[in-house]
Design a protein around this ligand. Structure first.
Ligand code: AP5
Length: 208
């Protein structure tokens, strides 16, 4: 049974959605570098101030900052899902020095679908629940079904930023597909299917 899991895939492929489901059902820690960074920005920490500009443009935050940020958080975890890390070959090499992973699941999605999904994504400010105005809108507009929190649109979910994020993904992160393939750790899952079917396919890969 795989317990140390990396989720790969373009922005909007469903990494956060699937990681939350998997973590809740299987008692694994969910480590999302995007969520950690957004929290640092919201709290106006030194790291948050350094990261904010890169994130709002859809560029990657420098490797050194990210590796320092994730190192301590990984130290005591036996089972985890890494969502949004590693994102460059340098980060993947740094991860290999910290610990080994069991599997890298690559959730695939076309550029067209990425743009459509992210333009219509909304997130709860309080509990982080992810919605989509096209596929799974909240029951009451602007209000989270789960906790009653305010629903908002991420700053980087604007069309021009989404397009840059996709280009950055193709240039800096897509090479990780070969990186993990060469190590015999890569498994593809078709992210264009309904959420429940993507979950089933991931569970099948994990041997659950
Ligand atoms: P991050 O938050 O990691 O963004 P991302 O990788 O671009 O991924 P997203 O959160 O946009 O998408 P997702 O795949 O999680 O999709 P989701 O489940 O939400 O990073 C943000 C920024 O932080 C980066 O740009 C960078 O600046 C910085 N950063 C983070 N990590 C870094 C690192 N390691 N190095 C350097 N910089 C870093 O789903 C998307 C939408 O689709 C939702 O509306 C959802 O409801 C819907 N949906 C999901 N699945 C389905 C489905 N099967 N069918 C229909 N709709 C679906």
């Amino acid at each position: 049974m795989f317990k140390r899991i990396v989720l790969l895939g373009p922005p909007g492929a469903g990494k956060g959605t699937q990681a939350k489901l998997l973590a809740a059902k299987n008692g694994l820690a969910h480590l999302s570098t995007g969520d950690i960074l957004r929290d640092e920005v919201a709290r106006d920490t030194e790291l948050g101030r350094k990261a904010k500009g890169y994130m709002n443009r859809g560029d990657l935050v420098p490797d050194g900052l990210i590796i320092d940020m994730i190192k301590g958080r990984l130290a005591e975890k036996s089972g985890f899902i890494l969502d949004g890390f590693p994102r460059t070959v340098t980060q993947a090499e740094a991860l290999e020095k910290i610990l080994s992973i069991d599997v890298a699941i690559n959730i695939t999605l076309s550029r067209e679908e990425v743009i459509s999904r992210l333009s219509s994504r909304r997130v709860c400010r309080k509990c982080g629940k992810i919605y989509n105005l096209l596929y799974n809108p909240p029951k009451n507009e602007g209000v989270c079904d789960a906790c009653g929190g305010e629903i908002f649109q991420r700053d980087d979910d604007k069309r021009e930023v989404i397009e840059n994020r996709y280009d950055v993904y193709m240039e800096a992160t897509a090479p990780l597909i070969d990186f993990y393939e060469e190590r015999g750790l890569l498994k593809d899952v078709d992210g264009s299917q309904p959420t429940e079917k993507v979950s089933e396919d991931i569970l099948a890969v994990l041997g659950r």
